[in-house]
Design a protein around this ligand. Structure first.
Ligand code: PZK
Length: 287
């Protein structure tokens, strides 16, 4: 008899269920989005790769900040989590200038109130990583907010703590990943409070869906970087002349296989764990 669970939320490619008053179940599907559109074709095991990676990072950052992970289920794609009071903003850290950061910099010379040196190029590494929070949009894109506004929303003391922890997490994971050939250009976390008011890391952490992963050996400032995980999908979509509005195109088998292989490669490089070993026993990601 399956347990009765209430669906409490959907992300683009994940679902959230209530297990009881204190616990949620976060389930990562094999769906993939590109250009902000979820495609009709799934990437087999993508949800397991992302869940395993996130669990790996949670286990390795628990001394920096506690996290919501309670248990990994045997299916490899579902995690039981502590229910938190989530902060009303997205915690973004950027180590490289890309996406909306690059756009804001070109327009204003600053990103979320961080005034940056002149003359930085597309995808260039920043002198120091910066904390660039954004609002949680109900639909559409999150909007960058400056640090003054974020400090108003959270209170100065909590803001300072959130910024410090976000930067520590990014520095730890980006250094670790860079040694394994993957640049984490930027990343987004969700932090929440437990019933004692302790700051806890929730959601997923340092997955290719919550971060931009770039292949280190192809990195070159001054141009857009290939995506470690989604580049085959993007390249294929560009051959179609698709206007990037829903519905998205079906993916051919070779694009699916190549993309699956890239996700598995990211998992194995970062964790040092064989993906088959993870499937046999997901708890190896926590060891
Ligand atoms: C929570 N989201 C976003 C993520 C979705 C929705 N531990 C937690 N406690 C309370 N709330 C949340 C979490 C977490 N994680 C996260 N919404 C609520 C979200 C993934 C899938 F459907």
């Amino acid at each position: 008899m399956p347990e009765a669970v209430t669906h409490v939320g959907s992300g683009k490619v994940r679902e959230l269920y209530e297990l009881d008053d204190d616990r949620l179940l976060l389930v990562a599907s094999d769906r993939i989005s590109t250009f902000d559109v979820v495609l009709p074709t799934e990437i087999p095991d993508k949800g397991r790769v992302l869940t395993g990676l996130s669990a790996f990072w949670f286990a390795r950052t628990r001394e920096l900040v506690p996290n919501h992970l309670l248990a990994l289920r045997d299916d490899g794609r579902s995690t039981e989590c502590r229910r938190l009071e989530m902060l009303p903003l997205e915690c973004v850290v950027r180590g490289y200038l890309t996406g909306s950061g690059w756009k804001d910099y070109r327009a204003t010379g600053a990103v979320c109130g961080h005034v940056l040196p002149e003359g930085l190029r597309d995808s260039e590494q920043l002198p120091e990583p910066i904390f660039t929070p954004s609002t949680k949009a109900q639909e559409g894109h999150d909007e960058n907010i400056d640090r003054e506004r974020a400090a108003e929303v959270l209170g100065q003391e909590r803001f300072d703590q959130v910024e410090r922890i976000s930067l520590e997490l990014y520095r730890f994971a980006s250094a670790y990943a860079a040694e394994r050939g993957i640049l984490i250009a930027d990343t987004k976390f969700e932090l929440g409070l437990d019933p004692d008011g302790i700051l806890v890391l929730g959601d997923e952490a340092f997955t290719p869906d919550s971060s931009r992963f770039w292949p280190a050996d192809e990195y070159e400032a001054g141009r857009a970087q290939p995506s470690f995980d989604k580049q085959f999908v993007r390249d294929y979509c560009e051959t179609l002349g698709w206007d990037k509005t829903p519905p998205g195109p079906e993916l051919p088998a070779d694009v699916v296989a190549g993309t699956r292989a890239r996700y598995v490669e990211a998992f194995e490089r970062l964790t040092g764990i064989g993906f088959e070993a993870y499937l046999a026993d997901p708890d190896v990601a926590l060891a």
